[in-house]
Every structure is written in C-alpha cells, then in structure tokens.
Design a protein around this ligand. Structure first.
Ligand SMILES: NC(=O)c1ccc[n+]([C@@H]2O[C@H](COP(=O)([O-])OP(=O)(O)OC[C@H]3O[C@@H](n4cnc5c(N)ncnc54)[C@H](OP(=O)(O)O)[C@@H]3O)[C@@H](O)[C@H]2O)c1
Length: 156
C-alpha cells in the first residue's frame, strides 16, 4: 500500500474547529502545495466541503456515503485498492486520518506553535505505531503566518 499522510496540528494535536482550519498559516499551505502537487489526494467529505473548490494540478477523491456530482467519490475499499497501484495523499480530516493510519507508511506533520481552544478535530495518535522521524525543520512565522511552525517527516 502506498499511503502518505499530511496534516498540521497544534501542540495538543488539534487540526480543526467549526469545519475549518484554526489558523492562518500561509507557509504551511505552501508546504502542503509542494508535497501534494501532481498527486492524487484523498479526503473526507467534510474536508472537501471546507475547500473553495478543486485545488489546481491534483486529482481529488472524496470519501462519502452519499453520491455527489461535484467531485469523484469512492468507497474506503475502492481507495484501498487504488492505493495498491499509486501513491495516495491522505489530506484529512480527523475521521479519514484515523481510518487510514494503519495503512500509512509516511507522514508529513506540521506542528503549529499554538494551543487551539475548543478544537473539534484531531490528528491520529502516532504513539506506538512504529513511526520514526527522518527530518525536522523549524520555521519562524513569516508575514502571512500567525505562528511559528515545525515541519517533520516520519516513516515506518
Ligand atoms: N490541519 C489539517 O491538516 C487539516 C486537514 C484536513 C482537514 N482539517 C480539518 O478537519 C475538519 C474535518 O474533519 P472531520 O473529521 O470532521 O471530517 P472528514 O474526515 O473531513 O470527513 C468526514 C466524512 O467523511 C466520510 N467518511 C468517513 N468515513 C467514511 C467511510 N468509511 N466511508 C465513506 N465515507 C466516509 C463521511 O462523509 P458523509 O457524511 O458525506 O458520508 C464523513 O462525514 C475540518 O475542521 C477541517 O478544516 C484539518
């Protein structure tokens, strides 16, 4: 299976609040764009709803139990099968990270240096899952970032 996960979380693992990202972090969006460009992205329906539309240069697959005509919808089983033949980027949200964690070999994790109050979506717990970090980069907040951040790369 070729599943790669990418997420940004706060110091407590929070990734979302009220259906959106809990921060404005332009440098992390640039990082996301660089990692996902030209790849196939898999996301939950709620994350799809949070996007302004399709992001350029990437195939979008949405997991939902309801068919829709604005985007390609596949079942969990169909995504697992597609993951046998190409690298799939798992881009959230909380439900979908949890669902795919056991099938994931690589994680791009950004730690946003903040503590979100009343978050309602969380990153999967990597504790005891056999991942080890192979790269780490500390980046100060730029003019269009609210917080400092750490880019980490994990594999197993
Ligand atoms: N910080 C980050 O890196 C990051 C990344 C992505 C998202 N987010 C945030 O995360 C939040 C959304 O996460 P979430 O956990 O609420 O929702 P989600 O994971 O984006 O989507 C959940 C939906 O996925 C579908 N689904 C889940 N399991 C399924 C299965 N086994 N088969 C078919 N469909 C399935 C269902 O859609 P239906 O209800 O249509 O059936 C479910 O309601 C937002 O706040 C978003 O901004 C953060």
């Amino acid at each position: 299976m070729m599943f790669t996960m990418i997420f940004a979380c706060d110091l407590n693992g929070a990734i979302g609040k009220d259906g959106d990202l809990p921060w404005r972090q332009s440098s992390d969006l640039q990082h996301f764009k660089r990692i996902t460009m030209s790849k196939t992205m898999v996301m939950g329906r709620k994350t799809w709803d949070s996007l302004p539309g399709k992001l350029p240069g990437r195939r979008h697959i949405v997991l939902s139990r309801t068919p829709r005509d604005d985007v390609e919808v596949l079942s969990f089983e169909e995504v697992l099968e597609l993951g046998e033949s190409e690298e799939l980027m798992i881009i959230g949200g909380g439900e979908i990270y949890q669902l795919f964690l056991e099938h994931t070999k690589e994680i791009h994790k950004t730690i946003i240096d903040t503590e979100v109050e009343d978050a309602d979506s969380f990153a999967p717990s990597m504790e005891g899952e056999g991942f080890h970090m192979i790269g780490e980069r500390f980046v100060d907040a730029g003019p269009r970032d609210e917080h400092n951040m750490i880019f980490q790369h994990w594999i197993r």
